[in-house]
Design a protein around this ligand. Sequence first.
Ligand SMILES: Cc1cc2nc3c(=O)[nH]c(=O)nc-3n(C[C@H](O)[C@H](O)[C@H](O)COP(=O)(O)O)c2cc1C
Length: 193
Amino acid sequence: MPDVAIPYFSGRGHTRRLADEVAVALGDNGCNARLIDVARMTGTDWQALDAADAIVMGSPTYMGSAAAGFKTFMDATGDLWAEQRWADKLAAGFTVAIFPGGDKLVTLQQMFTFAMQHGMVWVGQDQIGAPVSPENPDINQSGVWLGLGAVSDRDKTQLIPPGDLETARRFGARIARAARRWADQEEGRYDHA
Ligand SMILES: Cc1cc2nc3c(=O)[nH]c(=O)nc-3n(C[C@H](O)[C@H](O)[C@H](O)COP(=O)(O)O)c2cc1C
């Protein structure tokens, strides 16, 4: 079963809510998911990241980029980069902002570039929502394909609107499919036919 680590930063709980949903979908689709709050990293968390088949990063968009708390985590991996210790792991990212645009693409581009520096292999978003696919109302409503982009809900009992939570579940399922295929390939079990 592939191991998927989910390092995330969340100032007010919205990113954590998305991370939870992605983790549940990964678990439901044959992966071991481990949530890692980067504000409280332990040695065991770093070991889990080293051992993971895939790393799914989560940060809110603050001032048009990844939150400083998440950037601190990124910068702490400089020594690992020099060793290319995370090379050939799968990578993906998610972010949440209050606006549908909100400049959150910048946050995902930061994560993508980070993953490329580490020699990882990026998995993006595959969901087409309405208006192009009317059967998918409220899915990927921000129209972001580099990763998962959600909007925050002003209702603090909800944090993330239902359509974005469903998008997060589909995103988790997609990463699980990719991670299972990737892990099978490494084990020589992938059927190329
Ligand atoms: C310091 C700060 C900067 C923010 N900058 C942006 C921004 O650039 N674009 C945007 O749409 N929302 C912005 N927001 C809103 C957050 O992205 C949004 O509330 C998000 O859900 C917070 O996630 P969190 O609860 O995980 O911290 C900002 C919020 C804060 C506190």
